[in-house]
Structures are given as C-alpha cells and as structure tokens.
Design a protein around this ligand. Structure first.
Ligand code: ADP
Ligand code: MG
Ligand code: ZN
Length: 500
C-alpha cells in the first residue's frame, strides 16, 4: 500500500430488512411461515391486494418490532400511523406497500458493537468497541417474490404481507469490518430475542449498504452508492471492500463517483451498475385509510420490555468481569442464547469457588460441544439433550472432590448425555469411582516399574517424556480410575528407589 491510499475514508450507513417470525402475516391471517412452501398457497384477498379486502394489524408483529427497537436502545413512538408507499412492481399486487414513514415505531437508538479483525490470528482478544446510531426502525409488509426463467417471469405471493422490520443506521460505519460486525450483532440480537431467524441465505435478513468516500478529515458526506443483492455477511464485507478500492482509484485519478445503485456479482467478485440515479422517487406517501393509528401505552411497553433478555455483548462483559473468562470464551459461550443460558445455569448450580466458572466454560466448550456436534444437534437446541446443567455442575464437583478423575468424568458425561442419569448413579453403577487407595496404587506402580526397567533408567537419565509413558501404564492398569496426583507421586518415589 502506498501512502496515498490512506487519504480517503469510507462512510457507510446500513439499511436492513428483517422478516419477523410471526405465525401469521402483518395484516391478514395467512401463515407467514412459508419458506419452501408451494408458490401462492399462503395467500388470501388481503395479501393479494383484492379490492375491498381490509387489513388488520398483527399485534405480535408490533411487539416483535418493539423488542428489536428496545434492544437497539430506541425510543418507542407512543403514537404512529400507517402510510401507503405507492409504486408499481409486479411483486406488489396492491400497487402500494403499507409502511411507516413520518412516525417510525422505533427511532433514535444505538448499538455498541465489538469490531474484530477476523483475518488476524488473535482476533478474539482485540476488539474495538464502536457505537452505531440507529436512525429508525419501522414496520412494513414484505413483497412477493419474482423469479425469472428464460423469457418468463414467475411471481409467488406467499411472502407478500410477511411482517418486515426496516432498520436504518446513521452513516456511522467506517470500514467493511465494521459493517460486518454491525450486521452480525444485529443478527444475533434478532435471534436472542427469538423474533426471527435473520437467515440471510433465505432472505430473512437483507441488507443494503449505502457508502461513500471522503477525504480524511472532511466532515461532509461524499456521493453515495447503494449496494444490493448481498446474500451473506461475507458478501457484504467483500462488496464494500471492493467498492472502497474501486472508488479510491477513481478519486485518486481525479475522477468523480456517480450516484448509482449497484449489484454484487458473487461469482466474479465485482459490483455492477443496476440503476443509474433516477429522479428522486415519488412514493406519494399518505396515511393508510383502512387501518387505525397505532397507539402504544406504558403498560404494553413495560410488558414488552420485560421480554427483552440480557443480550450477548452485555453477557460477554459480565462473564469477563464476574467469571474471569477470556474474551474468546465469552464470545464463544454467548454466540447462541441457548448455550449461554445453559452455561449460566451450570455456574448457578455450582457452589461459589475459584476457577469453577472457568471449569464450567471448559466443559461446555470442549465436551458439550463435542457431544452435540457428533450427534448433529445445533447449539441452539442444547436443551434437547437429556443432560441438564445442574448435573454437569455435580460432575464438576465430583472431579473437584476427587471422587472421579477428569478422564473418567468425560466418559461419565457422555453417558449422562445418553440417558440423563445423575453422575453419582453412573459412577456407582459402573464402579468408576477413582482409586485413591494408597496401598492399591502402590502395588500398581511397583508392578509397572518392575515391568519396565529400561524406561525407568531413561527417566532417571532425565527423559521426562518417558515418565508420562509410565504414568499412562499405571493409569491403564487402574482402568483409567487411578488418582492421577497419587500415581505421579508414588511413581516418582518408586523410580527414585531404582537409582543405582
Ligand atoms: P435514501 O433516501 O437514498 O434512502 P437516506 O438519507 O434515507 O438515503 O439514507 C439511507 C442510508 O444511507 C442511511 O443509513 C444513511 O445513514 C446512509 N447515507 C446517507 N447518505 C450517505 C452518504 N453520503 N454516504 C454514506 N451513507 C449515507
Ligand atoms: Mg435507500
Ligand atoms: Zn393473506
């Protein structure tokens, strides 16, 4: 990179559409759960825009939108009304979309995001916390879906009328990485709240970055482009990075940027012009005459606020502060709310004591994740495992009290995941209790020393690796149940006695 390449800074504002995962659609009783369904089977006169059909507000969708707004630290409007946004397109049967314009349900919020350079090897421990302002989040209805095959275009109205939340940031993002971090944080919030899948591949979350460059130090906004057609977080990051380079090159050679809408060609890794700047859209917004205004009273708001759980970033901070966990552990444990809840239940069931939260964190990240992965259980479905958090807490305490060693505990845990039985029962039933009987262990150790004279001499000559081998032999003789600390000590003694 030459020195000149740093003389522009990128400014990005993000527009994101999120489908809300309600049972029915925004303004009719049709099922909103239509991904993968036969085309045009989840439709009725309302979402097909038949004359005379009347919409009814889906209360649950409004609540979901409020939950997201609250999680994004937004103000919630106590009074809003719906407006018609008129435009013509075949996926919009009414010729207008019911939306919110003058008074969005949620406005003036912010979200803190930890920006990590995922490309660096130590991304976990180094994060820059940035606050991104949220301009507004308003509720509207999704459109149908067009598919073009050859000379024909097909339209599926199943998606028409699915509740959609549009979230718009201020132009506060300053890099492709920040855009990525913002969107993953938003996605995680939607999932934590349980109001949507935010699955970009399925179109449940769609985002359009608006971006411009400006000379470093300038406070004015440059000419912006808008990028569409992005169906993964990676695509967003790649497209922005590509545009930063392209626009920097143009500006450096004295050219100027055209205000256009761009598409992203995933296969070729380039942007292309979708639309030149048209004269500002005239959507002819006006209040929707078929719906009453929306009023949110304090009681309703309080009820909805109570449903917003502690979110991932706050949990990460708490885990690091209260449990002494690393940033990496905290990020991994909070990735899914279900796992975070599960982990916290383990900690809650453990008597207070140093290192116990860390032990719980290790168990979750190693053994629990391994078991779930091998059984094809997604992290979000951890509660479907027969084993319960309090049982893992008990297992951790059994190791700490020396009832079983760590090696045995892993097998016990596996059995707990099969049957849901308590660890004490499994240990008793299978005779797995740790052997801490000094006399018995001494016999084992003496036998190992007698059977391996050559290795004993190697240890005496300073080959520590061989000591590990002998420990392994002794452990094997106890069928893995020997108290490791005692075996170590006894073996040292026995070897020393062999010194000529
Ligand atoms: P439009 O009317 O074209 O949709 P808006 O003013 O509503 O534009 O802004 C849409 C998004 O674009 C917002 O997230 C906003 O922060 C961002 N934005 C607006 N102007 C710029 C700019 N010059 N550079 C980067 N982002 C911008
Ligand atoms: Mg726009
Ligand atoms: Zn319908």
């Amino acid at each position: 990179m030459t020195e000149h390449e740093t003389d522009y800074e990128v400014v990005i504002g993000m527009e994101t559409h999120i489908e809300l995962d309600t049972a029915s659609k925004m303004f009719c009783a049709c099922s909103a759960q239509c991904f993968g369904a036969e085309p045009n089977t989840h439709v009725c006169p309302v979402c097909l825009g038949m004359p005379g059909a009347l919409p009814v507000i889906n209360r649950r969708a409004v609540e979901y939108a409020m939950m997201v707004g609250l999680a994004l630290n937004c103000q919630i409007a106590r009074f809003t009304f719906w407006e018609r946004k008129s435009y013509w397109y075949p996926d919009l049967p009414k010729g207008y979309q019911i939306s919110q314009y003058q008074y969005p349900l949620c406005y003036d919020g912010w979200i803190d995001v930890d920006v990590r350079d995922v490309a660096s090897g130590t991304w976990q421990e180094h994060a820059e916390r940035r606050r991104i302002r949220i301009r507004r989040a308003h509720l509207e209805e999704d459109t149908g879906k067009l598919t073009h095959i050859g000379n024909f275009s097909y339209v599926d109205y199943n998606r028409s009328g699915v509740p959609l939340l549009e979230i718009v940031t201020e132009p506060d993002l300053r890099s492709a990485n920040e855009a990525y971090a913002y969107l993953s944080a938003l996605q995680q919030i939607v999932r934590y709240l349980g109001v949507g899948t935010a699955d970009m591949e399925k179109g449940a979350m769609r985002c359009e970055p608006n971006m411009s460059l400006r000379p470093k130090g300038s406070h004015e906004l440059g000419v912006k482009v808008e990028i569409k057609n992005l169906n993964s977080l990676r695509a967003v990051r790649d497209a922005i990075a590509y545009e930063i380079e392209r626009q920097t090159r143009i500006l450096r050679s004295g050219g100027s940027i055209q205000q256009v809408t761009l598409g992203w060609d995933e296969a070729r890794g380039v942007t292309y012009i979708q639309r030149e700047k048209e004269s500002a859209h005239d959507y002819r917004y006006f209040p929707e005459p078929d719906l009453p205004p929306l009023q949110v009273d304090e009681a309703w708001l309080a009820e909805v606020r109570a449903r917003v759980p502690e979110l991932a970033l706050a949990r990460q901070d708490r885990y690091r502060r209260d449990f002494g966990l690393s940033a990496y552990d905290a990020v991994v444990l909070t990735a899914d709310r279900a796992v975070a809840d599960w982990f916290e239940a383990v900690v809650a069931a453990l008597p207070n004591g140093p290192g116990r939260a860390k032990a719980a964190a290790n168990w979750v990240q190693s053994e629990l994740f391994r078991v779930m992965k091998s059984r094809g259980i997604p992290n979000s479905a951890v509660h479907t495992l027969p084993v319960k958090p309090a049982q893992l807490a008990e297992l951790i305490m059994m190791v700490e009290r020396g009832v079983i060693n760590h090696h045995t505990a892993k097998h016990v845990f596996e059995a707990m995941c099969d049957s849901g039985a308590d660890p004490q029962c499994i240990v008793e039933e299978r005779g797995l209790a740790q052997v801490s009987d000094a006399a018995a262990l001494r016999d084992v150790v003496e036998a190992v020393v007698a059977a391996h004279p050559q290795q004993v001499q190697q240890v005496l000559a300073g080959q520590e690796k061989v000591f590990g081998f002998l420990v392994g032999q002794a452990m094997k003789a106890t069928r893995g149940k020997g108290n490791a600390q005692m075996i170590h000590a006894l073996l040292r003694e026995a070897i020393e006695r062999q010194r000529a």
